[in-house]
Design a protein around this ligand. Structure first.
Ligand SMILES: Nc1ncnc2c1ncn2[C@@H]1O[C@H](COP(=O)(O)OP(=O)(O)OP(=O)(O)O)[C@@H](O)[C@H]1O
Ligand SMILES: [Mg+2]
Length: 265
């Protein structure tokens, strides 16, 4: 059985997609098989992994898999990523497209909340990890992910609004886990992204994090141009030839090792 993780925060731009994609790369480098599920209609994870939806040659995406409401149906939407070997041998993708927005209106349908879990059950057994990239909301699309996973990882920046949103995300999960038919679901790790140590305001926020999240703050990742370059070029960090890219790739490998340990895989 795959260990499923939702990567979320109720604030945009905190690095959810970056973490999903580069953590998948880090897990691959440790020989783990990863399925990335893009649950954001923006489809950023899909693009950054080298996938483009073509209206002229449509393939099933996560939107169709959820709509179908059938056990294991997500297997039909699994596709290879555009990255080179070895990544494409270890990482697969269930892509997204804007049509995923249309699943929100189905939220009130009886049993709708379990549709992603149902679609994935039996479809992701051959992977070690399933990483679900969430949109920056706590609405239906994120709730579908929360109902399907073993644990949540929250990304934040050392900025007031992002920290508040991380607290909101944690409290929402604590309060709604049972309602989402996933009692016991918790945020197992907080990834602090885009840290600028030269900024006093960041230092101030970083100091307060242990009080809020204890030893679940897994890592501080620096703000680095290489991260943006990798995202724009739709490649793993290891493809960017700079010292800072190498350092950041190493940080994601460490993060992957931490996840493997926490998940007991
Ligand atoms: N450590 C970093 N250093 C520099 N740029 C970064 C870093 N992390 C993320 N970025 C950039 O910041 C932007 C937002 O990151 P990302 O898309 O991962 O956030 P997100 O939480 O998925 O956003 P959304 O809420 O829109 O889905 C992207 O352009 C990304 O390349
Ligand atoms: Mg994103």
């Amino acid at each position: 059985m795959s260990y499923r993780i939702a990567i979320g925060n109720n604030k945009g731009g905190t690095g959810k997609t970056t973490t999903t994609v580069q953590l998948a790369a880090g897990l691959c480098q440790q020989g783990k098989r990863v399925l990335v599920v893009d649950m954001d209609p923006q489809a950023n994870a899909s693009r950054r992994l080298g996938f483009r939806f073509q209206e002229s040659d449509p393939v099933p995406t996560i939107s169709e898999a959820i709509k179908a409401d059938s056990k294991g149906i997500a297997a039909d939407a699994i596709t290879a990523i555009g990255w080179e070997t070895p990544y494409r041998d270890f990482i697969d993708l269930i892509p997204s497209r804007f049509d995923l927005e249309n699943r929100i209106s189905e939220a009130a349908v009886l049993g709708a909340i379990s549709r992603l879990r149902k679609a994935l059950d039996g479809a992701d057994d051959r992977y070690d990890f399933t990483l679900i990239d969430c949109p920056p909301s706590l609405g239906h699309l994120t709730q579908l992910a929360l109902a399907a996973v073993d644990a949540v990882v929250c990304t934040l920046e050392p900025e007031y609004d992002a920290v508040e949103a991380a607290v909101r995300t944690r409290d929402f999960i604590d309060a709604q886990a049972a309602e989402l038919k996933n009692p016991g679901l918790t945020v197992i790790g907080y990834i602090v992204n885009r840290v600028r140590t030269s900024l006093g305001a960041h230092d101030f926020q970083l100091e307060g994090l242990p009080d809020l999240f204890g030893d679940r703050v897994w890592v501080h990742l620096a703000e680095r141009t290489a991260v943006k370059d990798a995202a724009d070029a739709a490649v793993p960090l290891a493809e960017i030839k700079s010292q800072s890219a190498r350092e950041q790739a190493a940080a994601y490998r460490e993060l992957a090792a931490r996840l493997i340990k926490e998940a007991g895989r």
